[in-house]
Design a protein around this ligand. Structure first.
Ligand SMILES: [Zn+2]
Length: 64
């Protein structure tokens, strides 16, 4: 069994899901400092979220 590795992966994917929720706000500069720091730290190691951020720039969120 590799419970430790599974736990690691689970925490990463949990964070990954949250980051994707915050990416739109991050692209709009609407996140607070705490969440901006979390997003930037995650982006540094996650190509998927970097690509999500690039895509979101082409589809600005105008639903206000
Ligand atoms: Zn990610």
């Amino acid at each position: 069994m590799s419970d430790l590795k599974n736990t690691d992966a689970h925490e990463w994917s949990d964070l990954h899901a949250e980051i994707q929720d915050w990416l739109a706000g991050y692209a709009d500069g609407e996140l607070d400092e705490h969440h901006t720091a979390l997003v930037e730290a995650h982006l540094a190691g996650c190509e998927t979220c970097q690509q999500m951020l690039n895509v979101s720039e082409f589809f600005p969120n105008d639903c206000r």
